[in-house]
Design a binder for this molecule. Sequence first.
Ligand SMILES: *Cc1c(COP(=O)(O)O)cnc(C)c1O
Length: 464
Amino acid sequence: MNVLRNHLPTADLQRLDAAHHMHPFSDGDELNAKGARVITSAKGVMLTDSDGAEMLDGMAGLWCCNMGHGRREMADAAHAQMLQLSYYNTFFQTSHPPVIALSEKLAELAPEGMNHVFYASGGSEANDTNIRLVRHYWAAKGKPGKKVIIARKNGYHGSTMGGASLGGMSAMHAQGGLPIPDIAHIDQPYWWGEGGDMTPEEFGLARARQLEEKIAELGEDRIAAFIAEPVQGAGGVIVPPETYWPEIQRICDAHEILLIVDEVITGFGRTGTMFASEGMGIRPDIITVAKGLSSGYAPIGGSILSDEVAETINAGGDFNHGYTYSGHPVSCAVALENLRLMVEEKVVETVAADTGPYLAEQWGTLADHPLVGQVEIKGMMAGLVMTPDKASRAAFSTPAGYVGLKCREHCFAGGLVMRHVGDRMIISPPLVITRSEIDLLITRARAALDATLVDVQKRGLMAK
Ligand SMILES: *Cc1c(COP(=O)(O)O)cnc(C)c1O
């Protein structure tokens, strides 16, 4: 079998990786000079690298391994499906049992009135679908002028041309001539960094009202949709003020625009409800899903559509769009097994009632660390911001990310994968993490913050 159980020594792996493998979101020369960390196996919440070092996976891979690593049931589901029907398409008036079963299951789990799914291979593709879908929707309703999608700065919606355009990452827009036309951005609800003298509540309202101002500025007859993540993930786990989403929902209701809620991270229990939309009182027309849908065991994403949107698209003639792997049978079988395990093992209930509140309590203890300005958490996704001066919410005098990278390196050395976004540290562990594993995560996070504080003090970066 072509499974690499034994492997070359780390230095050889790194040399070959540097020679032939182009990494996403990486500075190639810098990475190749240093050598990538090679992960060779994983079980539950623990990763093992090519030197045999163990690390707690505080990011669930890339926000996706919600059911933890190495579950036999998932492998068995893929194996059985490959033998039964390894591939067939869903383009030309055909279908297959796994895609039918998964669609029925998603309709059951999704919020009321959302009973239709269009599939993609991941979140970026699904958001590209959403762009085409909402424009086609308005055209089918006789309003082809409604094309503009309003999105947010520092939002993340993927890395394809469409996904990156919807996203508001300036570093991504700076390369390759993005955004594509007819995408507009409003500011994010990031109170710590941008709230100034306003209270979080005032700031949440002000940032939400930018949506209404943007609609007025561009003209409602040109707007197709607004897209946002319930809690920004890649932007740094930014939990919006309580006032934000109710105001966004009011504005979407008052205007003739669709609401696309990107739940690629927040879907399937991450925030303590099956979808964050339910827990946060959001009523989407379209939900983007991926990541936790299969816990990363197979690539799959999709758009869950409201009945009204689906019926309009269905009545609008051919929708000239699809991917070879839309509704891939193996991915669907794996996703179905993932959802079965989640439901049977009451993972969402446990996050809501037990491990989520416990993580919140423990993560909260980091707030008294001298480096930490603010901690934020929603279910099983959490962030903290490091600052030289808590009172003034100041940023470090070093370039954004300098201190964050130091902290991340200390985390890795101490056996914890925690990611940094600028000088924010973020976690999004597997949803199956236990209380004792949470204790280990917090102990290692605190040790990394202590080591970072020593660095920062040595460089004289703290406020006097
Ligand atoms: C990861 C992510 C995407 C992109 O998904 P891919 O599977 O990487 O294409 C889109 N939206 C959000 C909110 C994400 O976190």
